[in-house]
Write a protein that binds this ligand. Structure first.
Ligand SMILES: [Zn+2]
Ligand SMILES: [Zn+2]
Length: 274
């Protein structure tokens, strides 16, 4: 690292509090399911707090203190993305004594007959807003866009974070559709939820398969691709071996996320020489 680098990026990072991606992997906790903790210039967002998220925050080394969260994002309402949202709203707001923080989620996670966020907790929050197609959210040192509704049984969005030094995109749960390549073009770091290995599993399962993830990485050409959210068939194939194979085949750096992986952005973005 060059002098001045750490100043430029601060300590911005994403930490994987879980890499589990399907019913059995979550239920048996073969991988943890705590979501992603994003920190940029000390602005902290928890993305998709699935089962065990609070415990994973507190048991992280160093500890990730939920009271330091500025907000929570649910890419969609499924249990593996939202189970701990209620307890984390409490933890973020000191049991409701500090009215603070935001919650961003698709409309169907908050409204309708079966919302996933309890009503009495919502008044603890400073702001609640819906994720919608092509919406841009402004945060102190970066922006976030939800470019397109994914193909998934419930309303679901991927997230495009644009920092002054680079772009970190997350393709959350979705079936493959070719336009994804267009919508997520320009990623420096591309995180993909790759649930299924088998090529021939039913197309009614609305999740990315390994070969489709490969097609996306080839089309989007990020500097780094990070595979996560593994189902059983991906775990059986050993994600790190699949990542190594993809890296070989595509000539693009590919990482298989493990529980507790911390991606420090300073190690991925080149230092500008301006
Ligand atoms: Zn999922
Ligand atoms: Zn889902």
């Amino acid at each position: 690292m060059v002098t001045g680098d750490s100043e430029k990026y601060g300590d911005d990072f994403i930490k994987f509090l879980g890499t589990a991606g399907a019913r059995f992997v979550v239920a048996k906790q073969l991988r943890a399911s705590g979501g992603l903790w994003l920190s940029a210039e000390s602005f902290n967002i928890l993305i998709d707090p699935g089962p065990g998220s609070l415990v994973k925050c507190l048991s992280s080394r160093p500890k990730l203190d939920p009271a330091l969260l500025n907000g929570i994002i649910l890419t969609h309402r499924h249990l593996d993305h939202s189970n701990d949202v209620n307890v984390l709203i409490e933890a973020m707001t000191n049991g409701g004594s500090d009215k603070k923080g935001f919650l961003l989620a698709p409309r169907d996670a908050l409204e309708g007959k079966d919302p996933v966020v309890q009503l009495y907790l919502r008044r603890f929050l400073e702001k609640i807003d819906f994720l919608e197609e092509k919406k841009i959210f402004n945060f102190p040192s970066f922006t976030m866009e939800t470019p397109v509704r994914h193909h998934h049984p419930v309303e679901t969005y991927g997230l495009k974070f644009v920092f002054p030094y680079g772009k970190v995109f997350l393709i959350s749960d979705t079936a493959f559709f070719p336009e994804l390549i267009h919508y997520y073009q320009g990623a420096d770091i591309l995180i993909l939820n790759v649930v299924i290995f088998e090529v021939r599993s039913a197309n009614t399962i609305l999740h990315l398969k390994y070969q489709q993830a490969k097609e996306l990485i080839r089309g989007i050409k990020p500097k780094v691709a990070v595979l996560t959210h593994f189902g059983m068939t991906m775990l059986q194939q050993r994600p790190h071996l699949l990542a190594a194979k993809l890296q070989d085949e595509l000539g693009i750096k590919v990482i298989a996320a493990g529980d507790g992986l911390k991606l420090s952005f300073s190690s991925f973005f080149p230092v500008s020489t301006e």
